[in-house]
Design a protein around this ligand. Structure first.
Ligand SMILES: [Zn+2]
Ligand SMILES: [Zn+2]
Length: 142
């Protein structure tokens, strides 16, 4: 059943279903951006987050969102880029480390909202943290 929702990326209202968190234009752009990242990683395996961001002109926080969504993963064990939402330990993908309970509800709002509202220093911190970790495409069907 269709319902009116607020797009998590641009904030516009749209008619969607429970699965869709973004309006159709944003969703389409998001899929295209992800495709570009995937293609880039095909040619440059284990590229750094920062390098992907600057080469493709895709914001660092957007790449971070793909990591949170489990579509990409970080190869480094020790990095400051992607941390467990609960205990702050470095993780390769998703929201929580192995020790923190998985049944906690995913709080999509925190990273979608944070993406747009970040202060300058936090955005800079994020870019700084993005310089080291390398990422790879996380295949869903493995
Ligand atoms: Zn939108
Ligand atoms: Zn944790």
């Amino acid at each position: 059943m269709a319902e009116i929702k607020t797009c998590k990326l641009c904030g516009k209202l749209f008619e969607g279903n429970q699965l869709l968190e973004t309006c159709p234009p944003c969703h389409e752009k998001d899929e295209k951006d992800f495709d570009r990242i995937r293609q880039y990683l095909d040619i440059h395996p284990a590229a750094k987050v920062f390098e992907v961001s600057t080469s493709l002109n895709i914001p660092v926080f957007q790449i971070k969102r793909y990591l949170r969504e489990g579509r990409l993963e970080i190869l480094e064990k020790n990095q400051r880029f992607l941390l467990c939402e609960r205990c702050g330990k470095p993780i390769s993908s998703g929201y929580y480390c192995d020790e923190c309970p998985k049944e906690l509800p995913h709080n999509y709002k925190s990273y979608y909202a944070g993406a747009g509202l970040k202060g300058k220093s936090r955005a800079k911190d994020l870019e700084e943290a993005a310089k080291k970790p390398r990422i790879r495409y996380l295949s869903k069907d493995r």
